[in-house]
Design a protein around this ligand. Sequence first.
Ligand code: PEP
Ligand code: MN
Length: 469
Amino acid sequence: PLKASEGAKSAAKLRSKSKEAAQLPKPNLGDAWAPTSWQSKPITQDVVYDDYTGVEAALEKLESLPPLVSPFEIEKLRTKLAHAANGKAFVLQGGDCAELFDYCTQDRIESKLKVLMQMSLVLLWGTGLPVVRIGRIAGQYAKPRSKLTEEVDGKTINSFRGDNINGFDVSDRKPDPARLVSSYFHSAATLNYIRCVLASGFADLRKVDWSLEHVQNPETKERYQKTLDAITEGLQFMHTIGADTAQDMQTIDFFTSHEALLLEYEQSLTREANGHHYNTSAHFIWIGDRTRQLDGAHVEFFRGVRNPIGIKVGPTMKADELVRLLDIVDANHEDGRVTLITRYGASKVKELLPAHIKAVQSSGHKVVWMSDPCHGNTQTSTVTKLKTRHVDDIVEELRQALEIHRECGSKLNGAHLELTGDAVTECIGGSAGLCDEDLVVRYDTVCDPRLSLSQSLDVSFLIADSMRA
Ligand code: PEP
Ligand code: MN
């Protein structure tokens, strides 16, 4: 069995007293790593609880529960990402900005899986590369916030920080340790259903209805149908020659991911096996743009886990800082160990990406380059005052990222998107022609605006077209 990491029990107590730890020295790579070593580093986006006895009890419970994903699966993803880093696969990572416990329903899980499958079909056909599918799902429950409080009806209350911490309802904003254990069980139920439908032929192209029900735009429908028909024809040919009996046809690999923000939670699910420490809360975890300080707690935790990791790279990242960060988290120079998820904004990508690419090229680290064209393009709608994104900006950042990589002798290896399988109206534009006024029709997100099903397909076609060109 996997061994639970030592010390989570004392983590809560330590954390409650460790404010003075916030002035500790710069990282020393010679320092021993342990699942608890992050606790002595300065931390950003920390959660302060009233009830540390409750936190301690929750962490102890988490330590006793079985892993959500296995080292075997994590190793498999490492291999796939090593291929991606060498240009031999394309990675699609997508899902909600903030997943709610309430999203753990049959319909929502199926529709999220379906949009990711449909997008990967387009990408597969367009790029001619295997697609590595990673959902922002089954654990995307903790959110960093630029403002930790907000005004509601003249009162200052805590911002919503994700279901792992507090509730979206304004009366439920106090951090509650019981949510830590609830996160585990909602992740487990979501993951169980994902595994269950995939094992039952949900992704089998020969059996499943892959049509687009909710997409109105006739051009998108037609392009998609043509892709599907071409694939079906190929599959029929394989059937004719008797080459479609492989197990591989019935299911696909699907991996889970989330921002590993709440380190107490992540530590409690970190287990030792084969001489490594695996974070068994998800296959892939990433560090957000707000918590990637070189000498900070998050970088310290990430450097010691065996999982493939992501780092969000925003406009404030310096080229030499990026290389130092890679030296810390990829000390052994392993292909695809790190995925750099760049998110500058359409107006800044040209100015910032080339220097980052060149710095990484000369550092010798072999990363997966992924574009997140969503987070640098968030704005407030002038009409409805809702947080939104223009599909044009999203497509433009992606298009430029693809082009810049090509010009720099590099290659874009993946896309990271906030999306939902439903017909929401949270982003403006796309083939469905949503405008500012439409945002109120179905604005469901509890955090950042997500691409709808049809907007997600628009983005996949753009990538497929650019990569084929
Ligand atoms: C996110 O992915 O939801 C997020 C908060 O991103 P970033 O860290 O890039 O701002
Ligand atoms: Mn987001």
